[in-house]
Design a protein around this ligand. Structure first.
Ligand SMILES: N[C@@H](CCC(=O)N[C@@H](CS)C(=O)NCC(=O)O)C(=O)O
Length: 265
């Protein structure tokens, strides 16, 4: 039997969410980082499976699923044991709302940090100002997350689950950009607990293994036109809202920024 294939990039927090879920369920899977990712130039089987040309995209036999939230739903239904969703409508709605905030607001903020720290869109005072905004936002979001933990060990409640897999990739991203949870905080203790789980530890190690290589390759890839960053919805809003309007116009003029793929046919 052919095992499922996940188109991914180790640094994609969305893909990490799905990898943690598959690993928690003990599902063996293959991974591929698609050619053309990052440039808007993807093609082949990946583009056929996902007209947005984004990772993650899951292939399970004849079935192709894109968008990490929809993939998470698919994984939960397809491999039902152990369940990752908590029990009851209210608890399920709560972890899904947490996921929505992580996917949109938290990710937009860490994305902005990456644009400054790795892609070096701006330097000097402009860079400092964007990073200061991002740090303030992460502090606020982490405070909100602490409230969501509400004294429990896990975002799911008594056990690790959907809510935790939804949060941990993004918090780890902020850690990588120098904005960890406050020392001694409940969120810091939760993160340490997560990293004790093999599913999270392996996923985090895979990201760490490529982070430095990507940072070294990026300036040359941007200069050669190989990278055109996707300023999709919340990311574009983050840049404009946080004082980076010049970053957007400079990137568009230089051809190093693009928007999401237009779906046709
Ligand atoms: N809403 C999507 C967002 C996925 C997404 O933004 N993926 C990024 C990587 S983190 C991507 O594949 N970008 C395409 C590219 O940069 O070429 C999801 O939840 O899966």
């Amino acid at each position: 039997m052919i095992q499922p294939l996940l188109y991914e990039h180790p640094l994609s927090p969305y893909a990490q969410k799905n990898k943690i879920a598959l690993r928690e369920k003990g599902v063996a899977f293959d991974v591929v980082t698609p050619d053309g990712m990052g440039s808007g130039g993807g093609g082949g089987a990946w583009l056929k499976a996902n007209p947005r040309a984004e990772v993650p995209t899951l292939i399970d036999g004849e079935v192709a699923v894109f968008d990490s939230t929809i993939i998470q739903d698919y994984i939960e239904e397809r491999w039902s044991s152990p369940p990752l969703l908590p029990t009851g409508a209210a608890a399920r709605a709560r972890v899904r709302m947490i996921e929505e905030v992580m996917d949109t607001q938290y990710e937009a903020t860490t994305w902005g940090m990456m644009e400054v720290l790795v892609f070096r869109r701006v330097t000097g005072a402009a860079a400092d100002a964007l990073l200061a905004r991002a740090h303030d936002q992460i502090v606020g979001l982490n405070r909100w997350l602490e409230g969501q933990l509400n004294g429990a060990d896990w975002f799911n409640g008594a056990d690790f689950g959907w809510g935790d897999a939804a949060v941990v990739p993004f918090v780890l991203g902020a850690v990588g950009f120098g904005a960890p949870p406050a020392p001694e905080s409940r969120l810091a203790a939760w993160l340490a607990r997560c990293l004790e789980r093999p599913s999270v530890a392996q996923t985090a190690a895979e990201a760490a293994a490529v982070a430095e290589i990507v940072a070294q390759m990026v300036p040359a890839m941007i200069a050669s036109g190989q990278f055109q960053r996707e300023y999709r919805d919340h990311r574009l809003e983050w840049m404009l809202r946080s004082g980076g309007i010049q970053v957007v116009s400079d990137g568009l003029a230089a051809g190093t920024i693009r928007f999401s793929a237009e779906i046709s046919g």
